[in-house]
Design a protein around this ligand. Structure first.
Ligand SMILES: *Cc1c(COP(=O)(O)O)cnc(C)c1O
Length: 363
């Protein structure tokens, strides 16, 4: 029996009817751009995050870029980013012509290390982007306290953590502004690209609303230089249908994770995820550290077990950021994690037998 990395067939079956009738309504109405379903989804997702405002955009990358633009990040500014993340977390800084300043992560949770963050602050630092990596919230109270002391804005990259809680609050409401991706493989995924900016600030909300729509206020009245980055009404139909199931699907992921945890407990050479007690993990990705990773991966693949690496090269060692002059050795924790991290199959409807099959092969 082979085990796919992700299998959304069961999810699709559950929302099929609602999506087809929703699509038909949009076709009949023709409100493809900023239509009714998109507005309904913005409201529903804001409520889900327990935050007052949400702005639907084209992608998670655009959510990050427009959030930084709404904070007025610009040339000459520095933004602190953990080096162990997907590259979009840094690209949004570059798009604003600001400089990403990389910092190391914690060895247990793989999230940004608050001490490294504080050390990297300079007079030019304007913001920090904690990433809730794999689905576990970062140390937000510590990060907010440091940021507050130095008058730095906090932008959550919540692209992997829809629904996770930190000290009983949802991600998305923990900093100045939060960014989500609905890329198809995220735990809340569209049938294409989509993203969302979530915030408690009316000011950031108003600016993000203009930025995603050519900087306009009225139809032909342009207050600022914006762009075109709006959540499609058709994607919103899919997202509205899926959002109703998200808490249950996250619980199913947690169940599969717990099963992995039991079976892998004490297995030599395998480090399972460590969850801090004051938060929940939504297991968008179930990442383990494993000795002889590349060899183990090849053998798993040969047995039909699909595994991936998130991420094999930390951002400070990416060619795209060579100009910043970081070297191997700059961030030892992130570098050692990149060398032995491996993501196992994980999706809500994963069966116990599938988990067992993966563990058996891994052992
Ligand atoms: C997926 C992801 C993004 C980018 O989202 P897109 O919708 O693919 O543009 C940004 N940050 C992190 C941590 C992600 O996992």
């Amino acid at each position: 029996m082979s085990v796919p990395f992700i299998d959304f067939k069961e999810q699709n079956r559950l929302i099929e009817d609602e999506v087809s009738s929703g699509f038909k309504k949009v076709f009949d109405k023709g409100d493809y751009i900023l239509g009714e379903q998109a507005k309904i989804f913005e409201k529903a997702f804001a409520r889900y995050c327990e935050a007052p405002y949400a702005v639907g955009v084209n992608s998670g990358t655009d959510a990050l870029y427009l959030a930084l633009a709404a904070l007025d990040i610009q040339e000459g500014d520095e933004v602190i980013v953990p080096t162990h993340t997907f590259i979009a977390t840094a690209l949004c800084v570059s798009f604003c012509r600001a400089k990403p300043v990389f910092v190391d992560i914690e060895p247990k949770t793989y999230n940004i290390d608050p001490k490294s963050f504080e050390k990297a602050i300079t007079k030019k630092t304007k913001a920090v982007i904690p990433v809730h990596i794999y689905g576990q919230p970062a140390d937000m109270d510590e990060i907010n306290a440091i940021a507050h002391k130095h008058k730095i804005k906090v932008v959550e990259d919540a692209a992997q953590a829809h629904g996770a809680r930190y000290r009983s609050r949802r991600v998305g409401s923990l900093g100045d502004v939060a960014c989500f991706s609905f890329y198809p493989t995220k735990s809340l995924g569209a049938c294409g690209d989509a993203g969302m900016i979530v915030t408690n600030s009316k000011e950031i909300y108003d600016k993000a609303m203009m930025l995603r729509d050519y900087g306009r206020k009225g139809r032909y009245e342009h207050k600022i230089k914006g762009t075109n980055s709006r959540l499609d009404t058709l994607q919103a139909v899919v997202l509205n249908a899926k959002l109703k199931h998200l808490d249950q699907w996250n619980a199913m992921r947690a169940q599969a994770a717990a099963h992995y945890g039991e079976l892998l407990n004490g297995v030599k050479g395998v480090q399972v995820p460590v969850l801090k007690s004051d938060r929940t993990h939504v297991y968008q990705t179930f990442a383990v550290r494993v000795a002889k990773r590349d060899e183990v991966m090849a053998k798993l693949q040969a047995q039909g077990i699909s595994v991936l690496i998130h991420y094999p090269i930390p951002l400070h060692l990416q060619e795209a950021y060579a100009e910043l002059g970081y070297k191997r050795g700059s961030f030892p924790v992130a570098e050692s994690v990149a060398d032995d991290i491996m993501s196992l199959p994980m999706f809500p409807h994963m069966t116990k037998t599938q988990v067992e099959k993966v563990v058996q092969a891994l052992k």
